[in-house]
Design a binder for this molecule. Structure first.
Ligand code: HSE
Length: 294
């Protein structure tokens, strides 16, 4: 049995939707699994070529939940999603491992079960939801379970993502968050998140420009990304409607409906920072996908 799993990158928060909004993007990692006499992990740095690999942790978690012994596999990773850059690479790994184990066991679990496993693993559901389900999602935790809502999104948005050649550790970015916020900032956050959902659905660029502002995490996190101010200025000079930190960073995303604007920004960013990666991405409607060959 040969199992191939493809999982999309995701951006979370989207400005004011901290730990809630998530969006699958058109950049994917592909993982192949085949039964093997010994554990083999290929296609990743040496440090991850062992049983602690996040993909295998996701794999074993699902097997454990099914009460089954995890088969020994040869895992090959083709990581299109950069690691530790705020594009949901952990979710791609956990979801891919869990989805592959599900296939090996004859699919006893639903997509929602995969989402639960992945969200529990991460501790917050905002990358797990779009990674497993695809598209734009709003998610939350209630009574020990995570819930994910699929939200409409205009197909016209372009997400011009600039990926620095340095990482920001999610743990550091979460530590930088305020412990408390004022009622005023809480109202600001809720109202802008609701407006953001509306702008994403309608494709209204003027509304997006107003809505995509955050007072909760971006003010403290922008300091962790050395080139934030320069890239923000380049994004708006290029004509973008909005600019935000993808997840906990370091990737920064400019939003626009114009292909020209998106390309202008990524070209300017590459010109200024030749060692950074830059892609013009779109919404990815498909979440984790599994193909089985006998
Ligand atoms: N919502 C999370 C955060 C995503 O911003 O900390 C990072 O994985």
């Amino acid at each position: 049995m040969f199992v191939t799993v493809s999982a999309p990158a995701s951006t979370s928060n989207l400005g004011p939707g901290f730990d809630c909004l998530g969006l699958a993007l058109s950049l994917r990692s592909v993982f192949t699994f085949e039964p093997s006499d010994e554990l083999i992990v290929e296609g990743c740095p040496e440090a991850y070529r062992n049983a602690d690999n996040l993909v295998l942790q996701g794999f074993r978690t699902l097997c454990r939940q099914a009460g089954a012994e995890a088969p020994t596999v040869r895992l090959t990773i083709n990581a299109g999603v950069p690691v530790a850059r705020g594009l949901g690479s952990s979710s791609t790994c956990i979801a891919a491992g869990a989805a592959a184990a599900n296939a090996f066991l004859g699919n006893p679990f639903t997509k929602d079960d995969l989402f639960q496993i992945c969200a529990r693993f991460e501790g917050h559901p905002d990358n797990a939801a779009p990674c497993v389900l695809g598209g734009l999602t709003a998610s939350f935790a209630a009574d020990e379970r995570f819930h994910a809502l699929a939200l409409p999104i205009s197909p016209d948005w372009r997400f011009a993502a600039v990926i620095p050649d340095y990482e920001v550790k999610t743990a550091d970015a979460r530590k930088a968050m305020p412990k408390e916020i004022s009622v005023k900032d809480s109202v600001f956050t809720t109202s802008h998140a609701i407006a953001m959902i509306n702008a994403l659905a309608s494709g209204d660029e003027d509304l997006l420009a107003e809505a995509c502002r955050d007072r909760l995490h971006e003010p403290c996190r922008r300091k962790l990304i050395a080139d934030y101010e320069t890239l923000r200025a380049l994004a708006f000079e290029s004509g973008a409607s909005a600019f935000f930190i993808s997840g906990s960073g370091s990737t920064l995303i400019a939003m626009t409906k114009s292909d020209e604007t998106a390309l202008r920004f990524t070209a300017a960013a590459r010109d200024r920072f030749p060692s950074f990666d830059a892609h013009v991405l779109e919404t990815c409607r498909e979440g984790v996908e599994v193909k089985v060959e006998e």
